[in-house]
Ligand binder design. Structure first.
Ligand code: HEM
Length: 139
């Protein structure tokens, strides 16, 4: 029962995190050649996605570590799990970095700095790869 509950939390956090990650990509796609005149609204969405992603990845890591410790012990000896954790680490680092930078630097009227879209794309791709290797690791 406890394992099922933690796994539900793991997957629900993944769901919310994926919504934020892909939401950022949709904002990028909607940008278009002539920017639509709603920077305040777009920035509010960016803010919501940024905080959702931070909460989600924290919960994913905590629930994932708990699942591992309760069900399997200190580590899971499988190549697929190594790959999964590698990409889960990439996702964690990118979200932590983007949140840190957004909190430290004042808002730019021309939108976020150019490295931000690149990191969003790497994070979304890493998230997909993590899910694929989670399924390969656990069947
Ligand atoms: C972005 C990060 C992560 C994503 C997208 C993710 C995704 C998933 C998915 C889709 C499953 C279900 C796989 C299945 O049952 O077939 C799963 C299960 C699991 N995850 Fe994660 N995970 C992430 C991070 C982590 C971390 C950091 C850990 C541990 C250090 C972890 C440990 C586990 C464990 C132990 C299970 C298996 C539970 C079971 O035996 O049923 N996950 N994860």
């Amino acid at each position: 029962m406890i394992v099922e509950t933690i796994k539900i939390i793991h997957l629900l956090a993944l769901m919310f995190g994926a919504a934020a990650s892909f939401g950022n990509l949709y904002i990028l796609m909607a940008r278009g050649p002539h920017d639509l005149p709603s920077p305040g609204f777009t920035n509010q969405l960016r803010y919501l996605f940024r905080l959702t992603a931070l909460a989600a990845i924290a919960i994913i890591w905590i629930s994932g570590l708990l699942l591992m410790l309760i069900k399997y012990g200190w580590w899971i000896q499988s190549f697929a799990f190594d790959v999964k954790i590698t990409f889960a680490t990439v996702v964690l680092l990118i979200i932590a970095f983007l949140n840190l930078m957004a909190m430290r630097t004042p808002k730019n009227p021309g939108g976020p700095p150019s490295y931000v879209p690149v990191l969003h794309m790497i994070a979304a791709t890493s998230l997909v790869v993590t899910v694929v290797f989670a399924v390969i690791a656990f069947g």
